[in-house]
Each structure stands twice: as C-alpha cells, then as structure tokens.
Design a protein around this ligand. Sequence first.
Ligand code: ATP
Length: 135
Amino acid sequence: MAGALTLRVITPDRIVLDQTTHSIRVPATDGLMGILPRHAHMVAALDVGVLTYEKDGKEACLFVSGGFLEVRDGTVRVVSEAGELPEEIDTERAKAAEERARKRLHGPRAQVDVVRAELALRRAAYRLTAAGARR
Ligand code: ATP
C-alpha cells in the first residue's frame, strides 16, 4: 500500500509506541475510527479500548485508556491516561480488577460509585482482550 503513517502513543510517564504503519483503528468516543495514510487533519477524543495497527503485515494492538488523538501530516499522536502493549499487561492484576469491579456492581449499591466501577470493569476487560486473554 502506498504511503505510511507514524503512530506515537504517549502516556504521562512514557512513550509507549513510536512506529511506522499503514493502517490504524482507534477506539474514539464516537466509535471505532479507521485511519489510513493521507487522512485529513483531525482531533478526536479517545475512549477506553484496544487500538489496532498494522505491523509487518499483521495486526498488532495495544490497550489505551481515554485521552485524545491528533492526525496531522501523516502522524497520529495518541495521548492517553494509560497505554500498554500486550506483553506489558499483567493479566492477573486485570482479572483481580475485573473481579473487584464485578463484586461492586453486583453487591449492595448504597456505597458504590457505579460509574467508577463500570469504568474499572471496562479497563480490565479491554486489558484482557489486548493481552489475548479473552477473545
Ligand atoms: P488497578 O485497579 O489494577 O490499578 P486501573 O484500571 O485502576 O487498575 P489505571 O488507573 O488504568 O489502573 O492505570 C494506572 C497505572 O497502572 C497505569 O500506568 C497503567 O498502565 C498501569 N496498569 C494498570 N493495570 C495494569 C495491568 N493489568 N497491567 C499493566 N499495567 C497496568
């Protein structure tokens, strides 16, 4: 395919990814968004989810957790609160976070911040998906 994109994923503590690719699919708050070379300039809000991109002819992915992305001059900059490559994801930690959130949501609601628990559940579920621990 003609043309290429640079994908940079940055979190508060590090550069998670700085990679050349030909296609990207991002979980924007409006839904999954596909980005190809020569995409128009754009800024969008990022949801929690799995970002996928082409790497050496195969699909690769990473977990992202909110923030925003900018597409400009062939570079896609993703600034997210958290970002982890599959091999960096601690699946036991994510399973424990998922279990904790489920217990909160299924137990007595009086003391529970439901929105917070639902967000924690989504982060854990997407981490497990990105890590390949769930399909
Ligand atoms: P937990 O309840 O386990 O802390 P969380 O969803 O509240 O999970 P975040 O607030 O999304 O955690 O992230 C806090 C920091 O911990 C970030 O730097 C993130 O990359 C890291 N992190 C969280 N969960 C995992 C995990 N399962 N594997 C690797 N890093 C993780």
